[in-house]
Design a protein around this ligand. Structure first.
Ligand code: ASP
Ligand code: MG
Length: 421
């Protein structure tokens, strides 16, 4: 049997008929490299947004079952048109929705997780030399209810399908050329990365690099499926390969720099230094489904027996958080609450920083040299984040990008056994 490549095309890649014909060419090109090809597509252009809008013109709260019935139709249109475009260009092809394939999910409307994907029917079509075009984003429950995987979910469909089919790779075709060392709109010197690990991609996706659905990256990591992010409009461009660290050459400690302006910081001042204080505070936020990112508790001075607890949340959760703090004030006996909503979270990410001391110190020194004050710091194995003043974000990102040698004209080449680009 031939090796299988899963190709996924997003909404912008199939936005109109000309583009669909173009996508058919990219599929035939891949097939001519000697692969069996399974394609996953999203709905055309802004179809899904348009469907959501129509539903909301009927009622503010449409039932989630009917929303899934409605939204899943978008992908139904693009698979059939793409299969026709392939056939018209002489390539045998067949389209299939989630029911026909057997993309089994839990019974949760609007954000279902995939439990299992049946592969026998797809494989039968591949054996006949056909390209199989599968609807992304949708799934089906055991009792044949239609579900969807959440907005942007067709990346996850594609990666899960690649895992189930033991595909050689999952290629995500999109309107950007790959994953960059930082946002090219902030730093024009940003370069495309040849490769990046799942862990780094997840960290970058969380801090706002908008290329891939984070769940797709998690799924790829779980099944060890290499993903390639590449441009639909520049097929000769190798894009960025996302894979396990074991297969990577770690040439540099830092792979990317990101800034996130979506958070604010809250400081709860002079909280009693007793067991249970943090539990009461964060339990209140958890019940309200407010996710907290960084948390810092200050050192408690013996004479005062109090400390300060600072944390960051999404700006949109501000009012609700303040209401919750008001409720627990009597219990926690803090003096006041300080809100700072002009902050930026600046992060450096890199699997190469593991066991390399001095990376954090270098980050802090770079900020210090620019006279940028650090308000909070947090670290993971492959990420260091600092909270700074919002108006310093651009300067900080530019300087860190330079210090960690990411400003380069040469784009890192894709390594590994990939003769077919
Ligand atoms: N069509 C769906 C959406 O717009 C799924 C996707 O594009 O990934 O969210
Ligand atoms: Mg999408």
């Amino acid at each position: 049997m031939k090796e299988i490549i899963v190709q996924k095309f997003g909404g912008t890649s199939v936005a109109d008929i000309e583009k669909i014909k173009n996508v058919a060419k990219a599929i035939i090109r891949e097939k001519n490299f000697g692969h069996d090809v399974v394609v996953v597509v999203s709905a055309m252009g802004h179809t899904t947004d348009y469907l959501v809008k129509m539903a909301h013109e009927i009622t503010e709260k449409p039932s989630s079952r009917e929303m899934d019935m409605l939204l899943s139709t978008g992908e139904g249109v693009s698979i059939a048109l793409l299969a026709m475009a392939l056939q018209a260009q002489g390539c045998p092809a067949v389209s299939m929705n989630a029911i026909q394939v057997g993309i089994m999910t839990e019974k949760v409307h609007s954000k279902a997780r995939i439990i299992d994907i049946k592969t026998d029917k797809i494989k039968r079509h591949l054996e006949r030399g056909e390209v199989v075009v599968v609807a992304g984003f949708q799934g089906v429950t055991e009792d044949l209810e239609i579900t969807t995987l959440g907005r942007g979910g067709s990346d996850t469909s594609a990666v899960a399908l690649a895992g189930a089919l033991s595909a050689k790779r999952c290629d995500i075709y999109t309107d950007v050329e790959g994953v960059y060392t930082t946002d090219p709109r902030i730093v024009p010197n940003a370069s495309r990365l040849g490769e990046i690990s799942y862990g780094e991609m997840l960290e970058l996706a969380r801090v706002g690099a908008n290329v891939l659905h984070p769940r797709a990256v998690e799924t790829a990591k779980q099944y060890n499926v290499p993903i390639r992010v590449r441009s639909t409009f520049k097929l000769d461009n190798p894009g960025t390969l996302i894979l396990g660290v074991d297969n990577m050459e770690l040439h540099r400690p830092v792979t990317g720099v990101a800034s996130d302006l979506s958070q604010l910081r809250i400081v709860v001042c002079d909280v009693k230094d007793n067991p249970g204080t943090a539990a009461i505070l964060f339990n209140g936020l958890a019940i309200a489904n407010i996710s907290v990112d960084m948390i810092i508790q200050s050192y408690a001075r013996k004479d005062l027996n109090t400390n300060d607890i600072a944390f960051t949340i999404d700006k949109s959760d501000k009012e609700q958080t303040l209401r919750i703090l008001e409720k627990v004030k009597a219990q926690l006996d803090f003096s006041n609450v300080h809100v700072d909503d002009k902050i930026a979270k600046i992060s450096i990410v890199g699997a190469g920083m593991i066991d390399r001391p001095g990376i954090a110190a270098m980050m802090f020194k770079t900020l210090a040299d620019l006279d940028i004050n650090i308000k909070m710091i947090s670290t993971s194995e492959i990420k260091i984040s600092c909270i700074v003043a919002e108006d310093k974000a651009k300067e900080a990102v530019e300087a860190l990008h330079k210090v960690f040698n990411l400003d380069c004209d040469e784009i890192a080449e894709v390594k590994g056994d990939l003769p077919d680009v």
